[in-house]
Design a protein around this ligand. Structure first.
Ligand SMILES: *[C@@H]1O[C@H](CO)[C@@H](O)[C@H](O)[C@H]1NC(C)=O
Ligand SMILES: *[C@@H]1O[C@H](CO)[C@@H](O)[C@H](O)[C@H]1NC(C)=O
Ligand SMILES: *[C@@H]1O[C@H](CO)[C@@H](O)[C@H](O)[C@H]1NC(C)=O
Ligand SMILES: *[C@@H]1O[C@H](CO)[C@@H](O)[C@H](O)[C@H]1NC(C)=O
Ligand SMILES: *[C@@H]1O[C@H](CO)[C@@H](O)[C@H](O)[C@H]1NC(C)=O
Ligand SMILES: *[C@@H]1O[C@H](CO)[C@@H](O)[C@H](O)[C@H]1NC(C)=O
Ligand SMILES: *[C@@H]1O[C@H](CO)[C@@H](O)[C@H](O)[C@H]1NC(C)=O
Ligand SMILES: *[C@@H]1O[C@H](CO)[C@@H](O)[C@H](O)[C@H]1NC(C)=O
Ligand SMILES: *[C@@H]1O[C@H](CO)[C@@H](O)[C@H](O)[C@H]1NC(C)=O
Ligand SMILES: *[C@@H]1O[C@H](CO)[C@@H](O)[C@H](O)[C@H]1NC(C)=O
Ligand SMILES: *[C@@H]1O[C@H](CO)[C@@H](O)[C@H](O)[C@H]1NC(C)=O
Length: 457
């Protein structure tokens, strides 16, 4: 899916230049008395704030609260000075009132005389600019939600007030290294997200054992070892332990979590069979067990999960035939059964396959498709069946693994008449369009500039 460059490398440069010139022209006319942009020198903490909001430093820099709405006394109080000092000491850039100025970074309660922080989100901080300190975190123990994104700073022991207050905790590519014991102290969290951080623990149970209110847990790409826990809180809706080194089988007890909507155990080292009673998970929408060593057949009970949207069982050693019941799942959009040991004739017709956004079934060497119901143009990556329902050998080269490589060239040559399926996400037309847009923008800007310079004289 590497998208083609939309324009030549020079185009953005000249665009930039033109914009720069434009800025020079415009600046003197607007109020250039903006206060010094403090945000520019410090690590960017409010990520999603639009550039417009960022580049316009609030004119009401310090005496904001008294001047604004006297009707709501609570919103006019400011943040507890202790918390402000704590934020400063963590080197978190704050405007005078982080409660109202940086909704992406911080939210506050409506307390009086002072407001207190309820949520704090640190993003893109560097180890040099931000250091956690126990005393600062102690002042911040009103927080219920704390998130770190791309903050490779050293973790410290959190004060117990903070730990007990937290309802939501996230660390994504942050905090360098965590332990199961450290995480297990977060007993009151409902949402836990740890991703791209190594976590040392003898198993997920060490982390989750005492989190009795947990609703959603992600511990992904965390080098987590051990086995899938046998005991679960039935209120869980989301479990993601993908991309770890979990071993053993998936316990059948996981099928007791009847609120579970999403289960992702992909990219581990799980073996054994898919729990036969997986059909008990009637709320399940997304299931990914891909890239493990699971064997056996797809359980028939899966037919009774009505709302499945996404099923990824690829890259395992599953066998048996491909069940027909997938065609009855009305919401199904994503079905990946590739790289397994399924055999027989696939029970799907063309209208079912075309309805799906993603359908993958390749690299199942004993699986074949019926040429009278499915066109070879679908490029399923499996062989056509002979009249006994066995794969014809050798598999026809046009429908097989060459699909990706050769399809490109044929699409270019046919100028889009056949090969519809893949031609819409690459091809020369987008490139031409991009260049055209870039060129016309430049022309437009130049004309605009000339007009501007004339009228300014
Ligand atoms: C972090 O900074 C990079 C560029 O430096 C930016 O692309 C990314 O969106 C930022 N991430 C967040 C979460 O702010
Ligand atoms: C820009 O700031 C205003 C006022 O602070 C806020 O209402 C608005 O949501 C902000 N827009 C974005 C995109 O952050
Ligand atoms: C958090 O958990 C502790 C221990 O489980 C419990 O005693 C306390 O009531 C909880 N705190 C809040 C604020 O819910
Ligand atoms: C991942 O875990 C293994 C042991 O389970 C350990 O030897 C290895 O150092 C860990 N890797 C990282 C990056 O933490
Ligand atoms: C599960 O959620 C329900 C409703 O939200 C709540 O009443 C119940 O106490 C929860 N059960 C557990 C074990 O947390
Ligand atoms: C499962 O996890 C993998 C790896 O983290 C991710 O790429 C994939 O999108 C997830 N699948 C679902 C259905 O959430
Ligand atoms: C299922 O996966 C899709 C696509 O990754 C996502 O948009 C959706 O929110 C997921 N649903 C649940 C319940 O996790
Ligand atoms: C499928 O795999 C299981 C376990 O590996 C094996 O016992 C069974 O015989 C296989 N079934 C078929 C039809 O190959
Ligand atoms: C394709 O299969 C579905 C489900 O089995 C069926 O409802 C539909 O009528 C079939 N369409 C064609 C064109 O055979
Ligand atoms: C292929 O489909 C045709 C028409 O539905 C049917 O007559 C034939 O038996 C099928 N062939 C195999 C091998 O299943
Ligand atoms: C090509 O794609 C269009 C829209 O995606 C679709 O309407 C048309 O039927 C397709 N043609 C072929 C030959 O698949």
């Amino acid at each position: 899916m590497s998208s083609p460059p939309l324009s030549s490398p020079e185009a953005p440069m000249s665009l930039l230049t033109v914009f720069f010139c434009l800025l020079l022209f415009v600046k003197p006319t607007t109020s250039a008395t903006a206060s010094p942009a403090t945000a520019a020198s410090s690590p960017s903490i409010a990520p999603a704030a639009s550039p417009a909001n960022h580049s316009l430093p609030a004119p009401t820099a310090s005496p904001a609260p008294p001047s604004t709405s006297p009707s709501r006394p609570s919103s006019s109080s400011t943040l507890d000075p202790k918390q402000l000092i704590a934020l400063d000491s963590l080197n978190i850039p704050t405007t005078r009132d982080p409660c109202t100025k940086q909704p992406e970074t911080a939210t506050c309660d409506a307390g009086s005389p002072f407001r207190h922080l309820i949520s704090l989100r640190l993003a893109n901080c560097s180890a040099d600019s931000v250091a956690l300190s126990y005393t600062a975190l102690k002042s911040l123990s009103t927080l219920q939600s704390l998130s770190f994104f791309d903050c490779p700073i050293s973790p410290i022991r959190f004060p117990s007030d903070l730990v007990l207050n937290l309802r939501s905790f996230s660390a994504v590519s942050s905090l360098r290294h965590l332990t199961g014991v450290w995480l297990s102290r977060l007993v009151n969290v409902t949402d836990l997200t740890i991703s791209d951080v190594p976590v040392s623990a003898s198993g997920p149970y060490v982390i989750l054992g005492n989190m009795h209110n947990l609703r959603s847990v992600t511990v992904s790409n965390a080098n987590l070892s051990g086995s899938v826990p046998k005991h679960w809180h039935t209120n869980l809706t989301h479990i993601d332990f993908s991309d770890n080194i979990l071993k053993g089988s998936i316990p059948n007890s996981i099928t007791l979590i009847d609120n579970l909507q999403s289960l992702n155990l992909s990219l581990n080292q799980l073996d054994g069979e898919i729990p036969t009673e997986i059909g008990n998970l009637i709320a399940l929408k997304n299931l990914s067990l891909s890239s493990n060593s699971l064997s056996g057949a797809i359980p028939i009970s899966m037919a009774s999960i009505p709302g499945l949207v996404s099923v990824d069982l690829s890259s395992n050693q599953l066998n048996g035939t491909v069940p027909r019941f997938f065609t009855e799942m009305r919401n199904l959009k994503y079905l990946n059964l590739a790289k397994n040991n399924f055999h027989g004739v696939i029970p799907f017709n063309e209208s079912f396959i075309k309805k799906l956004e993603v359908f993958k079934i390749g690299e199942n060497s004993n699986l074949c498709y019926n040429h009278s119901t499915l066109s070879s143009k679908l490029k399923l990556g499996i062989a056509q069946c002979d009249k006994h329902g066995l794969p014809m050998s050798p598999p026809p080269s046009k429908g097989d693994s060459s699909a990706n490589d050769n399809a490109d060239t044929s699409d270019y040559d046919d100028s889009g008449d056949s090969g519809n399926k893949s031609s819409h996400h690459h091809g020369p037309s987008k490139f031409v369009l991009g260049v055209a847009i870039a060129l016309s923008s430049i022309v437009f800007l130049i004309v605009f500039l000339i007009l501007l310079s004339k009228c300014c004289k």
